[in-house]
Design a protein around this ligand. Structure first.
Ligand code: G3H
Ligand code: 13P
Ligand code: ZN
Length: 304
């Protein structure tokens, strides 16, 4: 069943856990997310960026996610991640996405409010939820090159939520997109998170939250990658963030690293293999294992 983000996160907000939002670009990743969620009896948010849509095409992504939803009992939210292009956003609402993130975090406050409120009007008419973003998450994304982190101001967050009517809010408390998040051990601004939660009472979203498991980095490097000092958000920090009000945690980098570590190993260890299923199958299993670990960490196990 495909459900809205609002519905997906209502329980999480009440019961103090988070649901993972996993970025997908192809069939193997959808299957990995759904298999892990079924095994853990967890709900799942499946996200596609505008980059994913350019890569695979919206009809293919929609078919993959709707097919998955038709063959499982776990609830799924079909989410547009970091939507910025109004044309794509309108297409997504029409196509059957059940949740849209409008990312106006790069815009001046007033413009962010105006655009987000517009998307909320379009989306809510169709029962589709909207996630807004205030403050900036660091790191590299497809459409946004490296940028500094501007922490979310709690009073401005309250004003943003009241003026836009968003169903969830992505906040900046020190995380960063990609595999190179920090040069030393990070500390998320949990005090700020607590204040934002108290003022908004809304489901809050953590982007740039991948752990960058070092065993995956080591494995990828052993088989030829040059990932250098890739570093992510430690589990303990994620646990704290969930405890104090984060209800949706995005993960893309870890899934990519699992896929990379597995495919590199297969290609090096089995140089005669040319059947893509023998390369993609083990990679899919690796991605599934990462999703299972995340479900346990976020507390959504058993919440389907
Ligand atoms: O924040 C989103 C992603 O990690 C970047 O994904 O390369 O599909 O834009 P993308
Ligand atoms: P990571 O790069 O830490 O996986 O973050 C992904 C994300 O925030 C997608 O919106
Ligand atoms: Zn993000």
């Amino acid at each position: 069943m495909i459900i809205s983000l609002k519905r997906m996160l209502a329980q999480a907000n009440k019961k103090n856990y988070a649901v993972g939002a996993y970025n997908i670009n192809n069939m193997e990743f959808v299957q990995a997310v759904v298999s892990a969620s079924e095994k853990m009896n967890s709900p799942a948010i499946i996200s596609t960026t505008e980059g994913a849509i350019r890569y695979a095409g919206m009809p293919y992504l929609k078919t993959l996610v709707y097919t998955a939803a038709a063959h499982t009992k776990i609830p799924i939210t079909f989410h547009l991640d970091h939507g910025r292009d109004f044309t794509v956003i309108k297409q997504a609402i029409k196509a059957g996405y059940s949740s849209i993130m409008y990312d106006g975090s790069h815009l001046p406050f007033k413009e962010n409010v105006r655009n987000t409120a517009k998307v909320v009007r379009w989306a809510h008419k169709k029962g589709v939820s909207v996630e807004g973003e205030l403050g900036t998450i660091g790191g590299a994304e497809d459409l946004v090159s490296s940028r500094e982190i501007i922490y979310t101001d709690p009073d401005t967050a309250k004003e943003f939520v009241e003026k836009t009517g968003v169903d969830a809010l992505a906040i900046a408390i020190g995380t960063s997109h990609g595999a190179y998040k920090f040069s030393s051990t990070p500390t998320l601004d949990i005090a700020r998170l607590k204040t934002i939660k108290k003022l908004t009472k809304l489901p809050l979203v953590l982007h740039g939250a991948s752990e960058v498991p070092q065993y995956l980095v080591r494995q990828a490097n052993r088989y030829g990658a040059t990932l250098g000092k890739a570093r992510g958000v430690p589990d303990a920090q994620i646990r704290q963030a969930v405890k104090h009000g984060i209800n949706k945690v995005n993960e893309d980098t870890d899934l990519r690293l699992a896929f990379l570590a597995s495919t590199r190993k297969t290609l090096v260890k089995q140089p005669s293999v040319f059947d893509p299923r023998k390369i993609l199958g083990p990679a899919r299993d690796y991605v599934q294992k990462i999703v299972e670990d995340r479900i346990k960490l976020l507390g959504s196990k058993g919440k389907a």
